[in-house]
Design a protein around this ligand. Structure first.
Ligand code: ASN
Ligand code: ZN
Ligand code: CA
Length: 339
């Protein structure tokens, strides 16, 4: 039987009608993306076991899902679209061909567990739960980009960015940053780019997003400004410092189209340099300079900080006398990470 890639139609939960690349095998279509290194989407059917079976989604007419949870394939469409869009983002914007930079795709598992309110990256694959109550399935594009970016971080930083303390915060911030840069890259009117994480999931049941990058403390827990407590909190909270820095660098402080970014302490205002430059600076810092224990602030080794490495990346890309380098300095200072 002939096998070929055919663009199918997907009716997603969050991104409207999207094109997804499926594979035809005889008279059946499979959710295997042969144009991006054979990434797959499979159905955990509410099981959680580590090595239990996950059944590859198949379809008879290459029109996948209905856009509602009545059809288990709808969440699979979001996962396929998320993996494909994230793959395309890193290839187009950063010249990286997949997580391992070898052109290989990765598997996505959907419908993991029973009312599981999370998504995660482990063992070289993405896994998504269905949520519970008001919390909808955790397959929104920025979440897919977040989880896949954990794989990018794992393969870019030798030994991974350690998932505790401030390096854990940088690991989480990297995933939030690229998750939303993927959302902007997609430019999908059904899910426009923003600096909120999981804004369509309603994870708290009150309409608020999981996280806010322009002022992370709006969630009542995350750190918008670095403090001596930052190394002691969960990576999903210390990520606030990196997320807020990134927002300042890309969009500036004060009132913006995406939210109001407060300035920490007595720092000066920042004028953003735009996402196209900010994302290249963060990616280069991650890929070329970050090591496993890089932190926001380090008394012992001031050279091994995100501030030092993003400045180095900015100097490499745009020179050390330009507005970009200056903006990196100001954007860190505005989150209370001084030079
Ligand atoms: N969704 C979470 C994350 O990707 C899962 C976790 O806490 N590891 O960060
Ligand atoms: Zn994460
Ligand atoms: Ca978002």
């Amino acid at each position: 039987d002939e096998v070929e890639t055919i663009a199918g139609t997907g009716n997603s939960l969050y991104s409207g009608k999207v094109s997804i690349d499926a594979q035809r095998f005889g008279t059946t279509f499979r959710l295997t993306d042969t144009t991006r290194g054979r990434g797959t989407v499979c159905d955990m059917a509410h099981q959680e076991d580590e090595n239990g079976s996950c059944k590859l989604f198949t379809d008879a007419d290459n029109t996948w899902g209905t856009g509602t949870n009545d059809d288990p394939a709808s969440a699979a469409v979001d996962a396929a679209y998320g993996a494909a869009t994230t793959y395309d983002y890193f290839k187009t914007v950063h010249g990286r061909r997949g997580i391992n930079n070898n052109g290989r795709g990765v598997p996505s598992r959907v419908h993991f567990g029973d009312e599981y309110v999370n998504a995660f990256w482990d063992k070289g694959r993405m896994t998504y739960g269905d949520g519970r109550g008001n919390a909808h399935p955790l397959v929104q594009l920025d979440i897919a980009g977040h989880e896949m970016s954990h794989g990018i971080t794992e393969k870019s930083v030798s030994g991974d960015l350690t998932y505790t303390g401030e390096s854990g915060g940088l690991n989480e911030a990297t995933s939030d940053i690229f998750g939303n840069m993927v959302e902007f890259y997609a430019a999908n009117p059904a899910d426009p780019g923003d600096y909120l994480i999981g804004e369509k999931i309603d994870i708290f049941g009150n309409g608020t997003p999981l996280r806010y990058m322009f002022d992370p403390a709006l969630d009542g827990r995350s750190h918008s400004c670095w403090s001596a407590e930052t190394p002691n909190v969960d990576p999903h909270l210390s990520s606030g410092v990196g997320n807020h820095f990134y927002f300042n660098l890309a969009e500036g402080t004060g009132k913006t189209a995406f939210g109001t970014s407060p300035i920490c302490g007595k720092a000066g205002a920042v004028t953003g340099i735009g996402r196209a430059k900010a994302e290249k600076i963060w990616y280069r810092a991650l890929d070329v300079y970050f090591i496993s224990n890089t932190s926001y602030v380090s008394a012992e080794n001031p050279g091994n900080t995100a501030r030092a490495y993003t400045l180095q990346a900015a100097a490499d890309l745009y020179g050390s006398c330009g507005a970009e380098y200056k903006a990196v300095q100001l954007a860190w200072t505005a989150v209370n990470v001084a030079g």
